[in-house]
Write a protein that binds this ligand. Structure first.
Ligand SMILES: Cc1ncc(COP(=O)(O)O)c(C=O)c1O
Ligand SMILES: Nc1c(O)cccc1C(=O)C[C@H](N)C(=O)O
Length: 459
């Protein structure tokens, strides 16, 4: 290895470490050491600690940019972000004025046609990407299909395995299964393993693996993969890498360009607060774009859609990942929601996120009545995203009882009670109050009531 390469690598390692080891100097509370193993504090946290943290929170100004019912503590922004005021205004404007008054002329007049790229360019800095590599479109599932097919073809017919993790979000695995069914196992075959076996499998089966497809922050546990390390290891074996950033974008800093990531996907409705069913995004590294052939060759990905050419010729840039007409209303709403990120940077977001998960973990740990809640997220803040998962035999009923009290968390089968901490709109006081209510629910055994044990279609 040349000294320049090793210098660059140590510089990158230092940068990564800096992202992980954010200093929580703005958020000091007893036992607040941000990245150490969690230990029981000698001093118990109380409401005044929460109020003190809010008083000195440098990004507290963002809270009033959201419209959230006053009797609600929203701990589910990791599943569906709440409504930014700017997004509501944009929704009214795009429906009433742009669609209602300007009709089809809005494609030009309000640049609807450019939304996939303008929104992509707003997402790019949040995920460490230079412009021109990110496009907003479709859902994560559909985008994975496009990227998986493109990557399998790019990496040649000698390799057929798509390696992933057993407990990846199911749709990611389902999309590989669909391709496998279509192409046959000689060209695409899904292999999964446990997270801690990934490195061994990459090395041992490297020559057969075409694509490594992983979710950066696990949807259940919140555990973060080392993106730089796994990407590099995969590349050493000639393997291309796709990262799913569903639980990272807008919550955990990522640096796709400097990690030399090949491809990524992410969604608009979680930490980016783009609303239910907000469109997703695709990242493709500039070095690959010209060579890529994506299979959903719709007219919006054509080099010149409005020549209505009978044969397909792809756009040579990131726009080749478009297929059909963009969902303009949703994309305009997401675009406005993204403007909130002009008021904050990802280091500030991460700093508050680490403080919030650490604070919450400590509040739960100090309550004797909550001892049946078993942490299923990493104990170390540096390797967990902006959420905490707890196992509990009555997780579903506890979640329903919390919702009935205005505290919205979610349940993930079979036994996980999941709390999401979006730094943009939560206060530490709310975190404190929600744990007080959880204590009452557990101590009074309210959650045993039949109404909290009836299953809903969506959890
Ligand atoms: C990690 C992950 N990937 C993919 C998805 C699904 O994405 P979509 O519904 O946009 O296809 C989700 C959540 O819904 C998720 O958490
Ligand atoms: N996309 C969702 C939906 O349409 C309905 C309910 C929940 C979702 C989610 O996003 C789930 C989420 N990805 C999770 O981590 O569990």
């Amino acid at each position: 290895m040349s000294s320049t390469t090793s210098h660059l690598q140590s510089e990158q390692a230092a940068k990564r470490q800096a992202i992980a080891d954010v200093q929580t100097s703005n958020y000091v509370f007893p036992n607040s050491a941000p990245n150490g193993e969690h230990t029981h504090a000698t001093e118990k946290l109380n409401k005044s600690h929460a109020l003190g943290l809010d008083k000195h929170d440098p990004i507290a100004h963002l809270i009033k940019q959201f419209e959230i019912p006053s009797n609600t503590i929203y701990l589910d922004g990791n599943s569906l972000g709440p409504l930014p005021i700017s997004a509501k205004k944009a929704a009214m404007d795009v429906v009433e004025k742009q669609w209602g008054e300007d009709l089809i002329t809005s494609w030009n007049k309000h640049a609807w046609i450019d939304l996939p790229t303008t929104v992509g360019d707003k997402i790019a800095p949040l995920i460490g990407a230079e412009k021109g590599q990110v496009i907003c479109c479709d859902s994560i599932s559909v985008n994975l299909f496009k990227l998986l097919a493109s990557a399998l073809q790019l990496n040649g017919s000698q390799r057929h395995i798509v390696l992933s993790q057993e407990d990846n979000f199911p749709t990611d695995l389902y999309m590989v299964e669909g391709l496998q069914q279509m192409l046959g196992t000689q060209q695409c075959s899904l292999l999964t393993c446990d997270a801690d076996e990934l490195e061994t499998v990459i090395v041992e089966k490297g020559s057969e693996i075409s694509v490594l497809m992983l979710t950066h922050v696990n949807f259940r546990s919140g555990k973060i993969h080392d993106m730089q390390k796994l990407t590099q290891l995969a590349h050493e074996q000639g393997v291309l890498v796709i990262w799913d950033l569903a639980h990272s974008a807008g919550a955990v800093p990522v640096d796709l360009d400097s990690c030399k990531v090949d491809f990524a996907v992410g969604c608009g409705y979680k930490y980016l607060n783009g609303g239910p069913g907000a469109p997703a995004f695709i990242y493709a590294a500039k070095r690959h774009i010209a060579k890529l052939k994506q299979p959903l060759t719709g007219w919006m990905g054509h080099a010149n859609p409005f020549t209505f050419d009978p044969s397909y010729s792809p756009d040579m840039g990131i726009k080749k990942f478009l297929s059909g007409t963009p969902s303009v209303i949703s994309m305009a709403v997401l675009s406005a929601a993204l403007d909130l990120f002009e008021r904050v940077n990802m280091t500030q977001i991460r700093e508050k996120s680490v403080a919030m998960t650490t604070f919450y973990q400590q509040l739960i740990a100090q309550a004797p009545s909550l001892s049946e809640l078993v942490l299923a997220s990493p104990n170390k803040a540096s390797i967990r995203g902006s959420q905490l998962a707890y196992k509990h035999p009555h997780a579903y009923a506890l979640c329903q009882a919390l919702i009935a009290q205005g505290i919205i968390a979610d349940f993930r089968a079979p036994d996980i009670l999941r709390f999401g901490f979006s730094p943009s709109f939560l206060s530490f006081e709310q975190l404190f109050d929600s744990v007080e209510k959880l204590k009452v629910i557990v101590e009074s055994e309210q959650y045993k009531e039949p109404e909290f044990n009836r299953k809903n279609a969506v959890t």
